[in-house]
Design a binder for this molecule. Sequence first.
Ligand code: HMG
Ligand code: MG
Length: 314
Amino acid sequence: MPEATSDSFVSVYEVGPRDGLQNETTILPVATKILLIQELIAAGIRRMEATSFVSPAWVPQLADADELCAQLPRKEGVSYSALCPNKRGLERALSARVPEVAVFVSASETHNKKNVNKSIAETLVAFQEVVGPATSLKLRVRGYVSTVWGCPYEGAVAPEAALRIAHQLRAMGCYQISLGDTIGIGNPRQTRDIVGLFLKEFAPHELALHMHDTRGSALANIVVAIDAGIRDFDASIGGMGGCPYAPGAAGNVATEDLVTMLHGMGLTTGLDEDRLIEAALYAERAVGRALPGKVHVAGRFVPRGISTSQGTDA
Ligand code: HMG
Ligand code: MG
């Protein structure tokens, strides 16, 4: 379940080890992934998608999911989740003893077929072997609806199609539905309309936003959702990631950027900005490329003071 909230508390669900690393060309050793996860926990992250129990042929970056889960740091209050597309995925999740799994389906047929090799209807049928059995074994199940803001293949997507799927996921037993702007195409007015539509039929805590930041609009979209009452957001440390089956998609909103903005707005997260910057710098070294997040590059804002000397400060 999302953490107990006050209206000013925002729950950040870290997806860097999953959504981030699934799209990196460098495949990290398990030990490096565990160090990244430790950095995230040290920064205060309490909800984290650690990996995926998907086909290793489809996502080789996460082929080590079973080994990784056996080594996850066990810490009071930290809850791990993993993507799980089918019965085989649930069997692996149960062996790995993760307390939460996430099912995923797109609102557009073409992306769904490219991503899981099934129609939307077939995917929802496959979930019957995941969601019910998992919840009856006391696992929490989260549901993703992807391509809500637009599909890389089909373009515009009717929000009502995503809404229908979200209803089905909730009826199966998903405790929260994360709405994905998979390719980072959304704008704030569209977000106002989509979130407004969902909030007529879902409570705010039943919804999260999963905003990829391909075009720099993720934070603007998140502000609109906060104003509408949403308090759950997915984020990826350093802004790593994307969906390998959504061409051109960049990573999720960077965790350190999101948290810096939220704290600046007077909202609380329980997260430590300095430690998030350290985690993002660690991620950058680990994947061996500059990551797109802003705050780990700029650093925390510290006023420089007003100079009393004449005209030397540009
Ligand atoms: P398929 O090829 O149609 O599967 O793939 P299949 O059922 O025909 O099985 C083929 C082989 O895969 C078999 O092995 C199965 O055992 C194996 P073989 O007999 O050939 O040796 N297999 C598995 N192995 C391990 N774990 C499993 C599993 N299932 C089957 N769970 C499948 C169908 C769903 C497996 C495949 O398409 C797949 O793994 N897709 C995952 C793609 C993916 O992970 N995409 C990225 C995540 S989604 C995302 O990023 C979006 C999100 O972030 C939200 C957003 O941004 O909007 C969540
Ligand atoms: Mg994603």
